[in-house]
Design a protein around this ligand. Sequence first.
Ligand code: FES
Ligand code: FES
Length: 201
Amino acid sequence: MTIVYDDHDDTATDVPVRRIRFTINGAKKVAEVEPRLLLAHLIRRGLGLTGTHMGCDTTNCGACTVLVDGRAVKSCTMLAVQVDGHQIETVEGLATASELHPLQEGFKEEHGLQCGFCTPGMMMAAKALLDANPDPNEEDIRWALSGNLCRCTGYQNIVKSVLWAAAKLRPPAEPAADESQPPAPDESQPQAAGNGDGSQQ
Ligand code: FES
Ligand code: FES
């Protein structure tokens, strides 16, 4: 990132930069950053990953939410140097080349977005929730998304979208045992040798 500043009295010195290494959406990266650079700016301007949005720049809206080592963080509130040695996930890492992530499908199926500005942050906060709790109830979802603001949807369809994704991500339940059938014989126990008429000798 280029920063231009006034050098009124020839006393300006070079702005120090620090080399950091991190992984983003599975790709290893090295960057030289000023210590004051925000993580959101590294992601958007340095890496060109503009799916991470910035709505407020003051930790209120959650549009800039990404995952750092699996935890949802507001990237406008974290410095880029703080991700040195860590793993970052952004909304661009959700889909594969051929398939949407179930969260993306859920937002589509349940109409969880209108303008879409809050959506990347909502999805990343929801991903952190589902990774930790695959079977959340509505209250769990509302709590997990309580740091993310949406000015369009009224939230109801966002909650439904996350429930949709959770259901798709859960492995199918085992079929219940049929209690109307007698239990199968325990083949680990030795069977008594019979004489064919059911009596024992
Ligand atoms: Fe980070 Fe709003 S831009 S919380
Ligand atoms: Fe517009 Fe959420 S869909 S702000």
